[in-house]
Ligand binder design. Structure first.
Ligand code: FMN
Length: 283
């Protein structure tokens, strides 16, 4: 048992509160397997400038020898955050529910990670493929956007080629849980729903602490399943490579209509004959 996996936990709240607590609980549970290492970030601690759709990260500006992904329009922390994500074997992504959806902060990060997706021509496109993502959505009310927010993140994960990992009940944390699809949890049972650990068992105002107890079970199961899926993915990828099994070459489009910068990644794709330049207006 020599392999290790790194699970990257992301919290999309500007507060150091319930969502952070929830993501950390999932990571702590994952780390109980001795092959797991974890890293946590709270997006509120980083500078993230909203995407303006300049599409400079779509490869035509990115140097062919770029070692890290970054935002080419603004000096922000996309580079730090995307590098951590890229170097991980699995992700636990948590966000509070704001106005029945994910927070603006979570959304900015999701848009910045577009460069890992198939519409981008950049050299890191596809780097998250097959890796697992576990989702945590924290609302103050029961059934008030947790599922819609989670769906947004599930779609995002799928768009990056990732595999969604749920929170199947386990021997250690069996049903009833808050959700089997992931950490879809709420603070409705809490003494104060905006409290720092409002979704936890100990912060519940009811006896027995039903919702908090169910929340915690789902969150721990998210951590377990992402950890195991990450290791299975890593081992399977290795066996696939070593066994010489064939897979497709991934490429977003074969034609491109923006003149790439000299020395850029897209220029390299053109030089290699993988992408053809077609000027705008021509078919
Ligand atoms: C602007 C705003 C909008 C919110 N909208 C919702 C909502 O639509 N549904 C819900 O269940 N909770 C909503 N809440 C409550 C938060 O999701 C809840 O308090 C959550 O625990 C916050 O996460 P945090 O403690 O990690 O900051 C909202 C809170 C704020 C500040």
């Amino acid at each position: 048992m020599s392999e290790k996996v790194k699970i990257f936990g992301v919290c999309g709240s500007a507060r150091h509160a319930s969502t952070e607590w929830a993501v950390k609980l999932a990571l702590e549970t994952a780390a109980k397997y001795d092959y797991v290492e974890t890293e946590f970030v709270n997006l509120g601690d980083y500078k993230l400038v909203p995407c303006v759709g300049c599409m400079k990260c779509f490869g035509w500006q990115q140097p062919a020898d770029a070692e890290r992904p970054k935002c080419y329009e603004f000096e922000d922390d996309s580079e730090i955050l995307l590098t951590k994500m890229m170097q991980s074997d699995g992700v636990v992504f948590g966000t509070p529910i704001y106005t029945l959806g994910v927070t603006a902060l979570a959304r900015i990060f999701m848009e910045k990670a577009h460069m890992f997706g198939p519409m981008s021509f950049d050299k890191f496109s596809g780097i998250m493929r097959y890796k697992p993502m576990g989702v945590i959505t924290v609302g103050g009310v029961d059934i008030a956007g947790q599922e819609v927010g989670a769906q947004d993140i599930w779609m995002w994960a799928m768009g990056l080629g990732m595999t969604v990992s749920g929170s199947w009940p386990t021997r250690d944390d069996p049903n009833p849980m808050a959700s089997v699809h992931g950490g879809l949890v709420s603070t409705c049972d809490a003494r104060t729903i905006y409290g720092k650990e409002a979704l936890s068992k100990k912060a519940c105002r009811t006896i027995p602490p039903t919702q908090g107890w169910r929340n915690e079970k789902s969150l721990r199961n998210v951590g377990r399943h992402v950890a195991v899926a990450a290791m299975r993915c890593k081992l399977a990828n290795k066996a696939f490579e070593e066994g010489g099994y064939e897979g497709p070459e991934i490429i977003p489009f074969t034609r491109y209509s923006v003149k790439p910068k000299k020395g850029s990644w897209v220029q390299k794709l053109m030089d290699d004959g993988r992408v053809e330049y077609v000027s705008k207006g021509k078919n």
